[in-house]
Design a protein around this ligand. Structure first.
Ligand code: ASP
Length: 341
C-alpha cells in the first residue's frame, strides 16, 4: 500500500516536471547600455548619478512597454535608443562628442535577428536619430552601410527628422574637446593620474539596446558620436555589423561600447554569437571569453550587453563601470552603473 502510494507520487512528480519542460512560455526582455569607461563613484555627484539612472529607466521602460504589448524587438530597440539619443547625458545624438574639427559625426547600426538583415550609417551630421537612419538603410536601400553626406541625404529623402548640426552641441563636450586637445599637445606626460582618468572618461559613451520579443525575435542597435577628438573621418565599432552590433535568432543579440579599434579587431559582437553557435557556450561564458580573454589581452577596454533567445541577459565589462539596465517579462528592473553593483 505504502509502496504503491510512493510509486504514484513519483510518477505524478515526474509528469509534472516533464510538462513544465515541454510547455515553455514565450518570454521577452530588454537590456540597454549608455557607455562603458572610467566611471568611478568618487567622480560622481548624487545628482549626476540620479540623472543617469532616471534616463536609463525612462529609456528601458519605453522598450519594455512595446514588448509587453506584443510589439517587435526592432521597434523596442529603436524607440528605446531614441530616448538616449535625445538625452545630452550620453554620447549619441544630442550631446555626442566632438571630433578634432569641433564638429559631430554620428555612427549607428541595427540588426534584425530573424532575417539577419542589417543597416548602418557612419559620419552623419544632421540626422536627429541616427539609429532610425540605420534601420532605414536596412529597410529602404539595397545596401548595409552608408556614410558621410550621402547618408545624411538618404535619411532626409526617407523623411527622417533632420536638424542643424548645432542641435547636437552641448557645452560639456566643447570643454572636453579643449581638454583632450590640450592633453594631446602636452603628450599627457605632465598629467596627474586623476586627470588622465577624467580625460579617458571624456572619450567614449555610446548607447545600445538589445531585445527579445514575444515572437522569439532578437534585435540589436547601437548609436554613438564615436571618440572625442577623432580625426580623418575615423569610424569605430558601433556602426560595424559584427563588431559593435549583432543579432541572430539562433543565438543572441549584442551591443558593444568601448575602445572601438579593439572591438573591431576582436569582432566582438559576432564572436560572442559564434562561441554560442559553434561551441555551445552560454551568453555569459561567451561574453566573458571575448571581453576578458580577447579584447583585454589586446589592450582594449569596454563592455557589452546581450540577451539570448531564451531571455537570458548578460552585461560584461573590463572597465570600472558601464551605464546599463535590464528588464524582464515580469517587469523586474535593474539599473546599474558601477562594475561591482
Ligand atoms: N565604441 C565607440 C567608438 O569607438 C565609443 C564608445 O563606445 O563609447 O566609437
Amino acid at each position: 500500500m505504502k509502496k504503491s502510494f510512493l510509486l504514484s507520487l513519483l510518477i505524478f512528480l515526474g509528469c509534472k516536471e516533464t510538462s513544465e519542460i515541454v510547455v515553455q512560455r514565450p518570454t521577452f526582455g530588454i537590456v540597454i547600455h549608455g557607455g562603458a569607461g572610467t566611471i568611478l563613484r568618487k567622480n560622481m555627484t548624487p545628482e549626476k548619478e540620479a540623472n543617469y539612472r532616471a534616463v536609463l529607466t525612462e529609456a528601458i521602460q519605453v522598450g519594455y512597454e512595446i514588448l509587453k504589448a506584443g510589439g517587435s524587438s526592432q521597434k523596442a530597440v529603436e524607440k528605446t535608443i531614441h530616448i538616449m539619443e535625445d538625452s545630452p547625458l550620453f554620447n549619441a545624438g544630442k550631446g555626442a562628442v566632438l571630433n578634432a574639427n569641433a564638429s559631430i559625426e554620428l555612427d549607428a547600426s541595427f540588426m534584425n535577428g530573424k532575417s539577419l538583415d542589417a543597416g548602418a550609417i557612419s559620419g552623419v551630421r544632421t540626422v536627429k536619430h541616427p539609429i532610425s537612419a540605420a534601420i532605414k538603410v536596412m529597410e529602404a536601400s539595397p545596401h548595409v552601410m552608408l556614410s558621410g553626406s550621402g547618408a545624411d541625404i538618404f535619411a532626409s529623402e526617407q523623411g527622417l527628422e533632420i536638424v542643424s548640426p548645432e542641435y547636437f552641441y552641448i557645452e560639456r563636450r566643447i570643454n572636453a574637446l579643449k581638454q583632450v586637445q590640450e592633453a594631446e599637445h602636452a603628450k599627457q606626460t605632465t598629467l596627474k593620474p586623476q586627470e588622465k582618468e577624467f580625460l579617458k572618461q571624456q572619450l567614449y559613451g555610446t548607447v545600445g539596446c538589445v531585445a527579445l520579443d514575444l515572437s522569439g525575435n532578437l534585435a540589436a542597435g547601437t548609436s554613438t558620436g564615436g571618440m572625442t577628438n577623432k580625426k580623418w573621418n575615423r569610424i569605430g565599432d558601433a556602426p560595424i555589423i559584427g563588431a559593435g552590433t549583432y543579432a541572430n535568432n539562433a543565438t543572441c543579440a549584442i551591443s558593444a561600447t568601448g575602445w572601438g579599434e579593439f572591438f573591431i579587431r576582436s569582432v566582438v559582437a559576432h564572436d560572442i554569437s559564434a562561441l554560442m553557435e559553434y561551441k555551445g557556450l552560454s551568453i555569459q561564458e561567451a561574453a566573458y571569453e571575448v571581453i576578458h580573454n580577447k579584447v583585454a589581452k589586446l589592450g582594449g577596454d569596454g563592455g557589452v550587453v546581450g540577451i539570448d533567445r531564451n531571455g537570458n541577459v548578460m552585461m560584461e565589462m573590463n572597465t570600472p563601470g558601464m551605464y546599463r539596465a535590464q528588464m524582464d517579462a515580469l517587469g523586474n528592473l535593474k539599473v546599474k552603473i558601477y562594475k561591482d553593483e
